[in-house]
Design a protein around this ligand. Structure first.
Ligand code: 5GP
Ligand code: ZN
Length: 120
């Protein structure tokens, strides 16, 4: 898709540090990592978001995520990894999954009781 950063990366119009590639996806290092080893798994074909990606490609993304997660955790000597898909507030509107080794969740501002009062 025109003007899509990830489509430009697919066409090598923008450089990227690629750590994995197959017929369906690539995996690259995030240009602005929030943790060491922050990786993005990106389908080669453009899908706008989580709601529009076909099941078979989403399943493949998860297969690759599992394979790469083991390698990343092992090679970077991390404890674990978080898989993250953003929906509705993405910077890049080309579906992708984040792999975040040893990701620490942010400090919580509301208690469980306060959240319950809001959501019940
Ligand atoms: P999201 O859309 O899920 O919020 O995140 C998009 C991610 O893509 C961000 O973490 C951002 O740092 C990353 N990103 C944006 N532009 C580029 C780029 O040109 N190259 C790479 N490697 N990552 C990018
Ligand atoms: Zn795209």
């Amino acid at each position: 898709m025109k003007d899509c950063i990830f489509c430009k990366i697919m066409k090598a119009e923008i450089p990227a540090k690629k750590i994995y590639e197959d017929d369906v996806v690539i995996a690259i290092l995030d240009i602005n990592p929030v943790v060491e080893g922050h990786v993005l798994i990106i389908p080669k074909e453009h899908f706008d978001n989580f709601y529009s990606i076909p099941d078979s490609i989403l399943l493949h993304v998860y297969d690759v995520a599992r394979k790469l997660s083991k390698e990343i955790v092992s090679k970077l000597n991390k404890t674990g990894i978080t898989l993250q898909i953003n929906q509705g507030y993405t910077l890049v509107n080309h579906f992708h999954m984040h792999l975040l080794p040893d990701y620490e969740t942010p400090k919580l501002e509301k208690t469980v009781d306060e959240i319950y009062e809001i959501l019940k």
